[in-house]
Design a binder for this molecule. Structure first.
Ligand SMILES: Cc1cc2nc3c(=O)[nH]c(=O)nc-3n(C[C@H](O)[C@H](O)[C@H](O)COP(=O)(O)OP(=O)(O)OC[C@H]3O[C@@H](n4cnc5c(N)ncnc54)[C@H](O)[C@@H]3O)c2cc1C
Length: 380
């Protein structure tokens, strides 16, 4: 039996790294346990970029949280001295009545967020890489941009260490137990005890949270980089926004400027893929057919990429809750266990505020943030 901690955090990805930092900063004795290395590429928080935006089409209820998330990302930049969040502007495209366009507009209007409405013609003129056909509408959001996820995770891990946390990598949790007296966490090599537990499992939710009564489904997705050297001027970060384009059947195509210079390519992706998997069984090989599907979505929309070489791919996983909203709160069976899971393909931008919420719930039992939407008990 090892040292007794105040809180053990299982999983040091996007959410767990932020939670470990927030808890350590509040003076708790924190142990973080992670099965892979720091800021690895085996889960859900890798690939060099994540969109951050405020006009939340998924539900306006997320807007107060995202505003706080921006503040906390800026705070982490100041504390760590790293550049993490870059504002490029963000363009949401689709039919006027689509979820992405109508929902973003409703959120922007309800919360007074700075935005512009653009016609297809205005979009083609302003961002010539994008060639939406007539009838496609755009909402341009001034404060959208991207986060560098690996740097965010690393910055949180570094700052957690600086605040006294103990972080153990390459140590897989094989089980945990909670009783009224505390928690015990078992790993392949050791056993640890603490007063409280925080579980941030990402796509491994079904193995670490199997008795919670919430079904998590894992979707295999890929990220693609296309060679845009000939069109680099159109994709420069100073010229080109992050974008999210709802195409047929609710499929969303999204992408970024050429973030890493001329030769590194332009990253694009699409979802849903409905390619259901498990974290343990994930096929990490991206097939040529998948590149073809990506190319088809680019065809007639971003022609310069549709005809370019695909120079890099990597898989990633989305972890869906049954209703697509996050699962953040006390474990329904254990008052001393807080969970943060089911980020349903849109969680990274919130990691900073989720860390704060998890620390509030774990330390004080409550939070000032509106989290009723995320209750783990809502599924009955
Ligand atoms: C391709 C792609 C694009 C995305 N784009 C966006 C976007 O633009 N904007 C956005 O906001 N969100 C986006 N998302 C979603 C977002 O990235 C995720 O919601 C977020 O990263 C989830 O973080 P997490 O901490 O839950 O999971 P992870 O970062 O995967 O962390 C879970 C951690 O737990 C560890 N772990 C699990 N089991 C164990 C165990 N038994 N023992 C020890 N450690 C364990 C894992 O190794 C991992 O490090 C995207 C996701 C993908 C895949």
């Amino acid at each position: 039996m090892g040292q007794v901690y105040d809180v053990i955090v299982i999983g040091l990805g996007g959410m767990g790294s932020a939670a470990a930092y927030q808890l350590a900063k509040r003076g708790r004795k924190v142990l973080g346990l992670e099965q892979f290395g720091p800021a690895h590429d085996q889960g859900s928080s890798h690939g060099g970029s994540r969109i951050i935006r405020q006009a939340y089409y998924e539900d306006p209820a997320y807007v107060p949280l995202i505003l706080r998330a921006y503040e906390l990302w800026r705070e982490l930049e100041r504390e760590s001295g790293r550049k993490l969040l870059t504002i490029t502007g963000g363009l949401m495209l689709g039919e006027a009545g689509s979820e992405v366009v109508a929902g973003s507009l409703a959120s922007a209007q309800q919360h007074g967020l700075p935005h512009e409405r653009l016609s297809a013609e205005m979009i083609r003129k302003r961002f010539p890489a994008l060639q939406p056909p007539a009838g496609v509408a755009g909402i341009y959001e001034v404060n959208a941009g991207y986060l560098h996820p690996e740097n965010c995770v690393e910055a949180y891990l570094d700052q957690a260490l600086a605040h006294g946390a103990t972080l153990r990598f390459y140590e897989t949790v094989t089980g945990w137990k909670a009783t009224a007296r505390g928690v015990t966490v078992q790993t392949a090599s050791s056993s640890y005890t603490a007063a409280r537990l925080v579980v941030c499992p990402g796509p491994w939710a079904s193995s670490l949270l199997h008795d919670m009564g919430v079904e998590h489904r894992v979707e295999r997705v890929a990220q693609f980089w296309f060679d845009a050297q000939d069109f680099y001027y159109q994709f420069r970060p100073s010229q080109f926004p992050v974008f999210l384009w709802e195409v047929e059947n609710g499929v969303k195509l999204y992408g970024f400027p050429a973030l890493d210079g001329r030769a590194a390519g332009v990253k694009v992706a699409y979802y849903p893929t409905r390619d259901w998997t498990t974290a343990e069984g994930l096929d990490r090989n991206v097939r040529q057919e998948e590149v073809m599907v990506m190319r088809n979505y680019l065809q007639g929309r971003i022609p310069s990429l549709a005809s370019a070489d695909c120079i890099r791919t990597i898989t990633c996983m989305h972890t869906f809750s049954p209703d697509g909203h996050f699962v953040v709160g006390h474990h329904p069976r254990h008052a001393n266990v807080v969970v943060a899971s089911g980020f349903s393909a849109h969680g990274f931008k919130f990691a900073s505020v989720i860390g704060e919420i998890v620390a509030d719930l774990s330390v004080a039992g409550e939070t000032r943030h509106p989290v009723a939407l995320f209750s783990p008990r809502r599924f009955g």
